[in-house]
Design a protein around this ligand. Structure first.
Ligand code: 13P
Length: 285
C-alpha cells in the first residue's frame, strides 16, 4: 500500500494548500532516512532519483530498496525519476517499477517539449505511472543538466496554461526564478507568474531548487499552488557534512556503521524539518 504514484498525494496537497517533500536520495541509507522521517511524521513523501544515481546503482538495485524500505511502512511513498531528457531511460524506470517520472524537455522548443511530453504520457499513464513535465528553464546544475543564469528563463504563463490544457500531466514545473544548487544572492521569484499559472490550472505545481529558499518563500509558493517541493543539494550537504563531522569528532575510531548512523540521523532531521515546514506532517492518508 505504501508504494504509490504521485497522483493522489499531490491532488490533496494542492487542494488543501500544503506540499509534499520530494528528496533526491543517494544510497540505501538516505532512502531509508527519507522514508523513516516521513513515517514518523505520518506524511506522504516522494523519493526522487536523479539519472546519475540510477546509472550508478542500477535499476533493480534501487527498486529493491524501494520494496524493502517503503513497502512495509504505513505512509504513501512515491518513487520518482527526477529531470530526465531521455524517453528510453524513462521506459526502463517504468519497466523496473518506478511509480513516477519526470520528462524534462524544457531545453527543446515549445512544440517539441509538448511532443516529447505527450510521448512519455502515452507510455507512463497506462502503466499507472505519474508524469511531471517542465516549462521554461530552471537555472543551476541538476544531475548532468546545467543551465547558466543567462540561459535560465521563466515559463511564460500563457504558454504554461496552454501546455497544461493540452497535456494531462500529473505535476507541472514552471520555471519561476528558482535554481538548483546554492543561491549566490537572493533569488528573484516570479510570484506573479506563479499566481497566474495556478489560477488557470488545477494541476499540482512543482517547486524546484528548494535548497536555500527562505521559509517565507516556501510558504508563499505553497499557498499559491506548489504541491511538490524538491530538495536535493541540502540532502547532499547533510550526507557529507554528517560524515565529516562525525569523523572529526571521533578521529581515532574507524567504525563505518557509526558514521552511517550519524548520516542517517542528520538526513532524517533535515527531512523532518522540511516536512513540517511544507505542512504535510499528519497528511499520510
Ligand atoms: P536543489 O538542489 O536546489 O535542492 O534543487 C532540487 C531540485 O529541484 C531537483 O530537481
Amino acid at each position: 500500500m505504501a508504494l504509490v504514484n504521485m497522483v493522489r498525494m499531490l491532488h490533496y496537497a494542492r487542494k488543501e494548500g500544503y506540499a509534499v517533500g520530494a528528496f533526491n536520495i543517494l544510497d540505501y541509507n538516505s532512502f531509508k532516512a527519507v522514508v523513516v522521517a516521513a513515517e514518523e511524521l505520518e506524511a506522504p513523501v516522494i523519493v526522487q532519483t536523479s539519472v546519475k544515481t540510477v546509472v550508478f546503482w542500477g535499476y533493480e538495485v534501487i527498486f529493491n530498496w524501494y520494496l524493502d524500505i517503503a513497502e512495509p511502512v504505513g505512509v504513501p511513498v512515491a518513487m520518482h525519476l527526477d529531470h530526465c531528457k531521455d524517453p528510453d531511460i524513462i521506459k526502463k524506470c517504468i519497466d523496473a517499477g518506478w511509480t513516477s517520472v519526470m520528462i524534462d524537455a524544457s531545453s527543446e522548443p515549445f512544440e517539441e517539449n509538448m511532443a516529447v511530453t505527450r510521448q512519455v504520457l502515452e507510455m507512463a499513464q497506462p502503466a499507472g505511472v505519474s508524469v511531471e513535465a517542465e516549462l521554461g528553464e530552471i537555472g543551476g546544475v541538476e544531475d548532468d543538466i546545467a543551465v547558466d543564469e543567462e540561459n535560465a528563463f521563466l515559463a511564460d504563463p500563457e504558454k504554461a496554461l496552454y501546455f497544461c490544457r493540452k497535456l494531462p500531466v500529473d505535476c507541472f514545473a514552471p520555471a519561476i526564478g528558482t535554481a538548483h544548487g546554492l543561491y549566490k544572492g537572493e533569488p528573484k521569484i516570479a510570484f506573479d507568474n506563479l499566481e497566474r499559472i495556478a489560477a488557470g490550472t488545477s494541476i499540482p505545481l512543482a517547486l524546484h531548487g528548494g535548497t536555500g529558499l527562505s521559509d517565507d518563500v516556501f510558504k508563499r509558493c505553497i499557498a499559491l499552488g506548489c504541491a511538490k517541493v524538491n530538495i536535493s543539494t541540502q540532502l547532499k550537504y547533510s550526507f557529507i557534512d554528517a560524515f565529516v563531522r562525525y569523523f572529526q569528532q571521533n578521529s581515532k575510531e574507524y567504525n563505518p556503521l557509526k558514521v552511517l548512523d550519524a548520516q542517517f540521523k542528520d538526513m532524517k532531521k533535515m527531512v523532518q524539518e522540511k516536512i513540517r515546514l511544507f505542512g504535510s506532517a499528519g497528511k499520510a492518508w
